[in-house]
Write a protein that binds this ligand. Structure first.
Ligand SMILES: [Zn+2]
Length: 375
């Protein structure tokens, strides 16, 4: 099964035969309705791109188990230290509110959709010991927050691909190692250990791996912790680079070296493909001055590279050449830059496009630096 199949036949995948329409109606009624689906049942929606949002239903017991699992794996000292956990995500969720009901743990939710300027004071006042947020928000905090007041002890990135520049900037600003939580509507699939390595949750999820070239795999998951909604041999949309077995932390669970992006965002040229990590690395390796970028494949197959205007023109050109080189390993590449607009032989067009993203757009959209456009 995959997300499309789940959403097309939602009622057949849960015990009570609850339809997607019923869940959407409950969510549309507002947050108060989240627990109101039925006694003991909670529903939510993924923060995915619109039109491709996944729905989920969990039970009371499942949401506490989910929280307990995150705490046990991510904050092993939670039983002897009082943590204040700040969760910054696009929507509040029944999952996170479960954590707010105990004396030994304080959990505060900050709504990504309202923009960090609206809650950055409240976040500093909350004085979190742990922050869980998408990489772009952690980076925004690293570059904009008052780090004299905001002094977390643990940081976790989730909900988006973590690219190297974000990791570098966040870790330097907070003098902390950045952990990761790999979770989705479908469940909790990996979390960083005390040694900073990302371990799959093989203790309650069965993972099968489908090879996707270049030593990447797509996981197919069967989640034994879910009893109300079935997640059985569900094909995720992510590309993982698996590490070796074994870790200094002692966990035997499979290590993931990186979540490299989404399978949806593999670039296709006829029957040949280039994975997002190859394109990202080609651009980033050009210069340390590149700390943000966008690479998009359009519907006609052509590829746009966008870099912030702060990147020197010469660096922009070499990044374009590097991107071309990376694409060339898969296909013959045709080049067209704004200054020459010349096309040469070959089926693929690669061009520098303008950086037309406003700060609001950068923060409000789910970050996908490498993206295959669909419309
Ligand atoms: Zn470990």
């Amino acid at each position: 099964m995959d997300k499309a199949q789940l959403m097309a036949n939602f009622a057949t995948y849960n015990r009570d035969g609850i339809t997607a329409r019923t869940v959407r109606t409950a969510l549309d009624r507002g947050e108060a309705a989240e627990g109101g689906l039925a006694p003991g049942l909670y529903c939510g929606v993924s923060s995915g791109t619109s039109g491709n949002r996944g729905l989920y239903i969990i039970t009371e017991a499942e949401r506490y188990r989910w929280l307990g699992t995150i705490l046990a794996k991510g904050l092993p000292d939670v039983w002897r230290r009082r943590h204040r956990v700040a969760v910054i995500l696009p929507q509040n969720s029944a999952l996170y509110r479960a954590g707010n009901q105990s004396r030994w743990l304080k959990l505060a939710f900050f709504d990504l959709r309202q923009g960090p300027a609206s809650w950055k004071e409240a976040l500093a006042d909350f004085d979190p010991t742990v922050i869980i947020a998408p990489p772009k928000i952690l980076r925004w905090l690293a570059e904009n927050a008052d780090l004299g007041r905001l002094r977390p002890q643990r940081l976790f990135a989730g909900a988006e691909t973590l690219d190297p520049p974000d990791r570098r900037i966040v870790e330097a600003a907070f003098s902390l190692r950045l952990g990761q939580i790999y979770m989705a509507t479908e469940g909790l699939f990996a979390i960083s250990c005390s040694q900073g390595r990302l371990h799959l949750t093989e203790d309650f999820v069965r993972f099968e791996f489908e090879p996707v070239g270049d030593q990447l795999v797509t996981p197919i998951v069967t989640d034994f912790s879910r009893h109300f909604q079935l997640t059985c041999r569900y094909r995720m949309n992510d590309l993982l680079r698996l590490g070796g077995r074994g870790c200094p932390c002692g966990s035997p669970l499979q290590v993931v070296d990186a979540v490299e992006g989404r399978q949806d965002d593999v670039f296709w040229f006829g029957d040949r493909m280039v994975t997002p990590d190859v394109l990202r690395n080609a651009v980033l390796d050009c210069s340390p001055s590149i700390t943000d970028f966008r690479i998009q494949q359009r519907l006609d197959g052509s590829v746009d590279l966008r870099l912030p205007s702060t990147v020197e023109p010469a660096v922009q050109k070499s990044a374009l050449a590097a991107l071309e080189g990376a694409l060339h390993t898969a296909v013959p590449v045709q080049r067209c830059t704004p200054d020459t607009n010349e096309q040469t032989e070959g089926p693929i067009l690669v061009r520098l496009a303008s950086w037309n993203l406003t700060p609001e757009q950068l923060l409000s959209h789910k970050l996908r630096r490498v993206e295959r456009l669909r419309s």
